[in-house]
Design a protein around this ligand. Structure first.
Ligand code: FAD
Length: 359
């Protein structure tokens, strides 16, 4: 059986690894670069990680596993009748086609967006790093994990950082948890501008509804746009992302979608952890082994400067502190999620306990 995977991000790579040896696997990737770690990009920007450490796989990784890798190759159309993927470098017949095309950074809609940078790729990170070294300071837009990771690392490296967010709450968490994150980052020098709407950007700063915020390097880190164009062009149903069922099937026969490009029941997972978990489950399904990914109970760990934070399951609604570092969320008296600050090992234990029905 021939499995063709579009995308060499964590989803595509994990799937190729899982299926190699059992299936004929080809990976199609439009970037010329080998696989790199997006979660480590802000560490690289801050100067904590040398460039070569962003590329975790040895150069013979694919060859050793018999995976047919095609870098610098764009997938342009799926010929569903012929079961062929048409690319910029020829056609690839498939028995199963997996779209792991990821997402791109959302761009701002306000005036002056040409003065803003976004962060998604290695190329973006390199541009931001160069400019940061020139300017010595950065303004970041956003209150999600990418913005907070970037702010934490860059401030920890000694640069001046301002974080502008239109809401009061960070990571969509409640006031108390947002405050804990804010205190941690303020402690290393991040200057917060919350509940602040950007009206326009210029070369020298941002005009907001709370006044002018100076800064020549401005980075937007406020959301992602799933790469669904290949699917849409090929007549596959899409909403915000490529629509899938709970077995990662798209509306086209034998075409699947995983990772940041996929949308299940209104959910776009948006993390590397989810993309690799999707890949593991889909690998089982393709080899005929029953498996399921629980879209409603996801967990992730992030690190903002020196603070680890684990988000487990549902992290909104009625919450109760178990201790100074652990807040558990309840629905109808039953634990449905938690936020753990600091101790990641405890977070794993708690995740299992909640899955098993912690009262
Ligand atoms: P991607 O990694 O986006 O890979 C998709 C690949 O498909 C890309 O290489 C793209 O070039 C290729 N592609 C797209 N269209 C085509 C086409 N038509 N033809 C050929 N190739 C194509 N997640 C975490 O879990 N923890 C973190 O701490 C974390 N930090 C992050 C920090 C930053 C700065 C960023 C940008 C992301 C971070 N993430 C983190 C999110 C994580 O990186 C993504 O969720 C993850 O990369 C998604 O994996 P993916 O395989 O679905 O897609």
């Amino acid at each position: 059986m021939k499995v063709v995977i579009v995308g060499n991000g964590p989803g595509g790579v994990e799937l190729a690894k899982n299926l190699s040896g059992e299936f004929e696997v080809a990976v199609i990737e439009r970037e010329e670069l080998p696989h790199y770690s997006k979660p480590m990009l802000s560490h690289y920007i801050a100067g904590f990680l040398p460039e070569e450490k962003l590329f975790p796989l040895p150069s013979d990784w694919y060859e050793k596993r018999g995976i047919d890798l095609h870098l610098g190759t764009s997938a342009v159309l799926i010929d569903r009748a012929k079961r062929v993927l048409v690319t910029s470098k020829g056609a690839f017949p498939y028995d199963a086609l997996v779209l792991a095309t990821g997402a791109r950074a959302r761009e701002p809609a306000f005036q002056g967006k040409e003065h803003m940078l976004t962060l998604r790729t290695f190329g973006d990170a390199r541009r931001i790093k160069e400019k940061l070294e020139e300017e010595g300071e950065m303004v970041i837009l956003g209150g999600g994990f990418i913005a907070l990771e970037l702010a934490g690392n860059v401030a920890k490296a000694g640069y001046k950082v301002k974080l502008v967010h239109r809401k009061r709450n960070l990571l969509r968490l409640d006031e108390e948890l947002s405050e804990r994150i804010r205190e941690e980052l303020e402690g290393i020098g991040v200057e917060f501008h919350l509940e602040t709407n950007v009206l326009s950007a210029s070369e020298n700063g941002l005009n907001t509804d709370r006044g002018h915020i100076p800064g020549r390097l401005k980075v937007c880190a406020f959301g992602i746009v799933p790469n669904k164009e290949l699917a849409v062009r090929s007549g596959i149903h899409a909403g915000r992302g490529i629509l899938i069922d709970d077995r990662f099937r798209t509306s086209a026969e034998d075409v699947y979608a995983i990772g940041d490009c996929a949308e299940y029941n209104g959910i776009i997972c948006g993390t590397a952890k989810a993309a690799t978990e999707h890949a593991k489950v889909l690998a089982n399904l393709l080899r005929g082994v029953e498996d399921r990914y629980d879209f409603n109970f996801r967990s992730t760990v992030f690190k903002f400067a020196d603070m680890n934070i684990a988000l487990i399951g549902r992290t909104q609604g009625e919450g109760k502190w178990l201790d100074e570092e652990t807040k558990v969320f309840y629905e109808d008296g039953k634990a449905v999620g938690a936020v753990v600050l600091g101790n990641v090992r405890r977070a794993f234990r708690l995740e299992n306990a909640i899955r098993e029905g912690l009262p």
